[in-house]
Design a protein around this ligand. Sequence first.
Ligand SMILES: C[S@@+](CC[C@H](N)C(=O)[O-])C[C@H]1O[C@@H](n2cnc3c(N)ncnc32)[C@H](O)[C@@H]1O
Length: 460
Amino acid sequence: MAMSCPLNRYLLLMAQEHLEFRLPEIKSLLSLFGGQFISSQETYGKSPFWILSIPSEDIARNLMKRTVCAKSIFELWGHGKSPEELYSSLKNYPVEKMVPFLHSDSTYKIKIHTFNKTLTQEEKVKRIDALEFLPFEGKVNLKKPQHIFSVLEDYGLDPNCIPENPHNIYFGRWIADGQRELIESYSVKKRHFIGNTSMDAGLSFIMANHGKVKENDIVFDPFVGTGGLLIASAHFGAYVYGTDIDYNTVHGLGKASRKNQKWRGPDENIRANLRQYGLEKYYLDVLVSDASKPSWRKGTYFDAIITDPPYGIRESTRKTGSQKEIPKGMEKCPESHVPVSLSYHLSDMFFDLLNFAAETLVLGGRLVYWLPVYTPEYTEEMVPWHPCLRLISNCEQKLSSHTSRRLITMEKVKKFENRDEYSHLLSDHFLLYKGHNSFREKYFSGVTKRIAKEEKSSQE
Ligand SMILES: C[S@@+](CC[C@H](N)C(=O)[O-])C[C@H]1O[C@@H](n2cnc3c(N)ncnc32)[C@H](O)[C@@H]1O
């Protein structure tokens, strides 16, 4: 009989940003590294303090090598709702688990971390002194300690109502920090090649994490733009590939998006972006191609499809095609035919995207994409679905008072049989999203200027 691994308790200190995206990120990463998200995990909604039960410290370290939603992880030694409760919980923590980190040859430091309150130095020292009962035998070293311990105090979420005493107090051994610094080091502001809709660095990493991107994967973005999403996947060791209908974007030509620059420079392209971050070896290619007419042979090619399709707000939703009705039997373009562009309804675009993902993803592969919604009309049933894809998560990011975009993550759970079989089955379910074809009109309706302004500032 297989022995089940004893679970240790860890405290995750979460960042207070993109709150809805945090849990799916942690769940996805845990499943990537062989840990499982179990119902006994305590994630406390909006709180920055989560308690996780994980089988090993290795899994905790791997998690932190990827997460941008969590700041730090600690091995949890004690927890209470008052100092007394914390101390008695610490006294119950097995000494044999403490000793390797407290012995006389070791150096250590104790830090105090508070959330929603600032303590004076004197108050901090008091808290450290109160821990004297722990069997610390090593030497204090504030500059380069071997082990760092933290007392973390939680004063709730309301800055207008800060309690005298913390709601919760935790004590733990610091293990690792997350990847928050990637948000700065990959900032779009410092990127070589950008466009009007380049994806924010933090969200790009979150998307790659929701997509469970891993080393040597092949990741595809059918609406690649300036390749913001490819960069995040390549950072995690995946080979990346993209397509875009816009010739200028793919070839790095045309008008620049930077204020003080008129035209794009000679080397402003996706390959150069990857080079900027030392990731060029992960570049497979980017092609000019229409996502509504994929040019792929039948087969499963991609470990993940991570993409941000156009919503028609800052870039048009277009596909290639003739304005005139194509005569029957002439569906395959004669060579002389020059396709012009047609508008591409959002519901058709998501229908095509899900079908394409169902067909070309490996089993277990993930599709991660943004679905724009007009919030007054949004219901969960509107989220496009496909029999081969299971919905994993659906997280909202507000764009304005009436609009948001939802980050949808789906996993391929069933082999794709035949395109025709699904087209008939799906149309009914896509009807619900069809109302959103006029997303652009709704977006700009009513208080047009205010909403547009809000959206702009939320993206800055
Ligand atoms: C929201 S932008 C993607 C931005 C990208 N994530 C980035 O970081 O730069 C959407 C892109 O889809 C492209 N697009 C629009 N219609 C398309 C189609 N039918 N096929 C392929 N790409 C299309 C647009 O040219 C635009 O570059």
